[in-house]
Design a binder for this molecule. Sequence first.
Ligand SMILES: Cc1ncc(COP(=O)(O)O)c(C=O)c1O
Length: 403
Amino acid sequence: MAREQSANTSKLTDTELSTAAVWAGEPERSPHGATVMPVFHGVTYAYDDLETWRAVALGEQDGHIYSRNTNPGVAVFENKLAVLEGAEAATSFATGMAAISNTLFCFLSPGDRVVSIRDTYGGTNKLFIEFLPRFGIEAVLCDTGDHEAIEAELARGCRMLYLETPTNPTLKVLDIKRLTRAAHAAGALVVVDNTFATPVNQQPLALGADLVLHSATKFLGGHSDAMGGVVCGPAALIDELFHFREINGASLDPMSAFLLARGVRTLALRVERQNGNAQAVAEYLADHPAVAAVYYPGLPAHPGHAIARSQMKGFGGVLSFALAGGYEAMAQVLSRLRLAHRAASLGSVGTLAGPPSTTSHVELSAEERARAGIPEGLLRYSVGIEAATDLIEDLGQAIGSLP
Ligand SMILES: Cc1ncc(COP(=O)(O)O)c(C=O)c1O
């Protein structure tokens, strides 16, 4: 595994991915031989001769001019992600939402149609229903599990298919290969939000997608201490997106890039543990008499299990469940949990729990949540890297003797 390896479009094996998470994108030589790329807080870069300055400014020579455009530490994070996703290139953003909104506004124009699903992350859904229409872009949101309906909308013609799988918060699973085939037949660009799965579990580009994006704030960073977003894909598309971002200015800040790159180095270890924890917790909850439903693609009874098995290596670290006692029971269980932060977000080393009505889907009205199939008493549970036995014991005492 070459350190500065990037621009590699082949799918990595598990072992290659573990090694790439540590070594890919790292410079051969850091200043003073530092074994960790330092944070370059300086916003501007000096050149003694005008010729070199001009060549770098025009992109004819490697180098940095101004941190809104490029930064050495930010490049480490981007190159790492490009390798992990099997992409030619990657470009980063201040947040996951910045990655998503830049991707939509860069590749869509007035008069275009984008086909997507009802269950995207709440902020993404707001872009579809509130902002894109203001710019004359039609967003068609299909029932998430209904592959035929999505294919029918694609066949009517569209510029982009935008997917998220597994979805937030009911963990529905979409067949990326099948839908990509239909989208490409219609001449559409395929974008997949891979935040929940991470490249350890799922590699959408290898399944045919054109662009894969992440809220790096979640599993990639992994410690709930830095925000960021990233989009990976072919160099030509990433160049176009990079240009759009350098002008609108939604750049990743160097300190966050440092923290995110540090998180990515342990990604494979963390995600493997989180896959195991989530599976164990989901199986425990599925057998609990006070639990009405468990949503986790690793459970054979989950409607997306077969597709998940065919396109994912692991089923991820997020599950959600509904209690037989509804909203009141959920609120009680949540208040009794000892090994979980009652907080928004997911993908951290510490377990995070919260209902979608105050977290991922707070932007939606109760009617919009109901239409998206999200029960008001649902609890999303994003496992950390704690011992599974401790998480199960904690859930056991929190659920206690609820009916
Ligand atoms: C699947 C998914 N995509 C995108 C986002 C937005 O990311 P950020 O909060 O970094 O803007 C989130 C946030 O929860 C998410 O869950």
